[in-house]
Design a protein around this ligand. Structure first.
Ligand code: UT7
Length: 333
């Protein structure tokens, strides 16, 4: 019997219908399609519209689709983790709201907030429960309604972010596929460059915080860009070295979708050609915790059992890391 690994055995995603194009943003702030595409690679992003619709709406749709596709019973889910920085409520956890709605009545649920690295942090965390043998069905959701914390008067941030969610099922695998290795890092000194100023316990919501527009993402873009390029590439390279992988051994790089220039720099460092880099930033922008599962969902039909994948992310916190996994299944009709 081989080592017990946690393998992704199903994937599903959800993006809202409303498409916010660069052309529409041109009518809202002083920007233009040429600047946005050349500086970020983004052409459009999805926005969740409607009263009382939070992140859980997208997470529920992704998990319901996952349950249908994989044919599992919701009652068999042991653990559901939701990576998000835009929870429906401060508490209870969005994971708990999702689990209740999909009928995962036997699951233990919690959220992980690690911004753009949230999905890989949650994946690594959930995998531990499978590897120890404690659980057999773990669902990892990455979901963010970034439009709820974006200032559509700030051209430096509103062009980047979008809404979306993805979910994967993790199950035990003793045949050599699944999560092989992970490297993660956090550095709170980076908080100054990317954060939300108000709405937490330090500065609860008040008329003053609303007037000062402090409930929106604050980002020093070029500073974050430099840290992102260095750290995402370093950690992708590090996990390859640790596992004696060369560029040609990697079938797919699955990078967080923050900026096409950061993705290109990471791929160059790994000596991976762009035909092996998953990319959908042009259609969805940066969906924070949603980017990596949405990529896997979009590319699922092109993945084959045994493919070596490197997942890599960098985000607010700062948080970053990389995961090496072997894909566990061929496309199912
Ligand atoms: O996912 C979580 C982590 N976040 C990231 O990884 C984001 C990292 N940062 C970035 O992707 C980039 O820094 C941005 C896309 C946010 C900005 O691109 P940049 O090339 O770093 O631009 P910049 O902030 O240095 O601004 C350059 C110029 C400025 O004008 P001046 O001062 O040179 O006259 C900005 O005011 O571009 C201007 N600018 C814009 N112009 C047109 C900023 N935003 C826009 C805009 N349209 N939307």
């Amino acid at each position: 019997m081989g080592k017990m690994r946690a393998a992704i055995t199903g994937i599903h995603g959800y993006v809202p219908d409303y498409v916010l194009t660069n052309a529409e943003l041109e009518t809202m702030v002083d920007t233009n399609d040429e600047w946005i595409v050349s500086r970020t690679g983004i052409k459009e992003r999805r926005i969740l519209k409607g009263e009382d619709k939070g992140t859980s709406v997208m997470g529920i749709a992704a998990v319901q689709g996952l349950i249908e596709k994989t044919g599992i019973s919701a009652e068999d889910i042991d653990l559901l983790i939701c990576a998000t920085v835009t929870p429906d409520l401060v508490f209870p956890a969005t994971a708990n709201l999702i689990a209740a709605e999909v009928g995962a009545v036997n699951a233990f649920n919690y959220d992980i907030g690690a911004a753009c690295s949230g999905f890989i942090y949650a994946l690594t965390t959930g995998a531990q429960f499978i590897e120890t043998g404690k659980y057999r069905k773990v669902v990892i959701v990455g979901a963010d309604k970034m439009s709820s914390i974006i200032d559509y008067e700030d051209r430096s941030t509103c062009i980047i972010f979008g809404d979306g969610a993805g979910a994967v099922l993790l199950e035990p695998n003793e045949a050599g596929d699944g999560l092989i290795d992970s490297v993660h890092k956090s550095d709170g000194a980076g908080a100054q460059y990317l954060h939300l100023k108000a709405g937490g316990s330090r500065k609860p919501a008040s008329h003053e915080t609303i007037d000062a527009r402090e409930h929106y993402v604050y980002q020093e873009g070029s500073a974050v860009f430099k840290f992102a390029v260095t750290n995402m590439a370093d950690y992708a390279a590090k996990i390859m070295e640790r596992n004696a992988l060369k560029g040609e051994d990697v079938k797919w790089l699955v990078p967080h979708q923050a900026n096409k220039r950061i993705i290109d720099a990471t791929a160059n460092r790994m000596a991976i050609g762009e035909e092996k880099v998953m990319m959908n930033i042009e259609r969805y922008g940066n969906t924070t915790s949603g980017t990596i599962p949405l990529l896997l969902w979009d590319y699922e039909s092109r993945l084959r059992k045994g493919d070596n994948l490197i997942l890599a992310a960098f985000g607010g916190g700062f948080t970053w890391g990389a995961v090496y996994l072997k894909w566990a299944y061929d496309p199912k009709d």
